[in-house]
Design a protein around this ligand. Structure first.
Ligand code: SAM
Length: 308
């Protein structure tokens, strides 16, 4: 058995015991992780890495989410997290050579996206996460402690006033849909002129509010983001405050249906001494199993970066 499977087996057995005592499986996973940190459960898998731990916890959380489906319980899959890590590394290559960056995710969820990026760039990221759901943020907090990654967490509506200092970069798998608090939405340039505003639009604006000038923002967006009836306003807003660096389409096969398809949107917050990129990188990630096509995709990114 691989190390992450050994860890999963331990977490799973204890979560199932909790389940028999009338807890949901997901609450059981949380109780197991928090109990481990409190010293209530003592276990050890020799030679396990931070990635083994993250993957094992991720599988247990996914199992819990499948058992009790809730609309806001979604986790960013590893393939997407790894692609985002690749782009963060590319855009911050120079800084990361002998420095670190601060990164925020205002829709942290279980933290799987953030922790995938942090483990990939281990020791180079200090993170801030905001999440409204209590169970998800507690899972994220326990995971961060177990994989020893430095994260400051805020349990709140990320679209309300945030006490977060501007960060170097943002990663975010945007929550998609209408934002119910119309009063808070009024504080945003992207507040809809009529009817309810889109959460995903407001999250882009709020993320830019908390990013330093010149910082990059890596969003997982609905593939049809620029096709809605409010897309014109979003376009104008982005043009005013940021530069689109890249729009990366993801392979269709990765998603359950057309409605669930996502792309990666990379923005740079405008700054007085900075310039827009000469060309926006428009690329499509091929099927991950096609090694040759994948190599060509990475070559295209490198070429764009050289001429940027
Ligand atoms: N990247 C996350 C992960 O790997 O687990 C998944 C993010 S999920 C697509 C979007 C998250 O946004 C959900 O966890 C949801 O609870 C959270 N969310 C939605 N609206 C929010 C709000 N107004 N403030 C804070 N979090 C919010």
């Amino acid at each position: 058995m691989e190390k992450f499977e050994q860890i999963f087996t331990i977490v799973n057995e204890q979560a199932e015991k909790f389940e028999q005592q009338d807890m949901t499986y997901l609450d059981g996973v949380l109780a197991m992780l928090e109990g481990t940190l409190d010293g209530k459960f003592s276990w050890h898998v020799e030679g396990a890495t931070k990635e083994d731990m993250r993957k094992a916890i991720q599988i247990a959380i996914l199992k819990g989410m499948r058992k009790n489906t809730q609309p806001n319980h979604q986790m960013t899959p590893d393939t997407l997290g790894l692609l985002v890590s690749y782009f963060v590394e590319q855009f911050y290559e120079e800084t990361l050579k002998d420095g670190a960056i601060s990164v925020a995710d205002l829709a942290l969820g279980t933290g799987n996206l953030m922790f995938t990026v942090m483990n990939a760039l281990d020791g180079k990221i200090s993170a801030t996460g905001v999440e409204v759901d209590e169970l998800l943020i507690r899972l994220a907090a326990a995971t961060a402690d177990l994989i020893e990654q430095p994260v400051s967490l805020y349990r709140q509506d990320a679209l309300e006033a945030l006490l977060v200092d501007p960060v170097d970069a943002v990663v975010c798998d945007l929550p998609v849909g209408y934002y119910p608090n119309e009063e808070v939405a009024l504080d945003y340039e992207l507040c809809a002129a009529e009817g309810m505003s889109y959460s995903h639009h407001l999250f882009i604006e709020q993320s830019l509010n908390h990013t330093k000038e010149g910082g990059y923002l890596f969003f997982l967006i609905p593939a049809a983001l620029f096709e809605s009836e409010q897309a014109k306003d979003l376009h104008q807003f982005i043009k005013k405050h940021a530069w689109i660096q890249a729009v990366i389409q993801l392979p269709e096969g990765m998603f359950a249906s057309r409605a669930h398809e996502k792309s990666i949107l990379i923005l740079q917050k405008q700054g007085t001494e900075l310039k827009a990129p000469r060309e926006v990188l428009l690329a499509k990630v091929p099927n991950m199993a096609n090694k040759e096509a994948l190599a060509m995709f990475f070559q295209k990114v490198q070429l764009w970066k050289k001429n940027k």
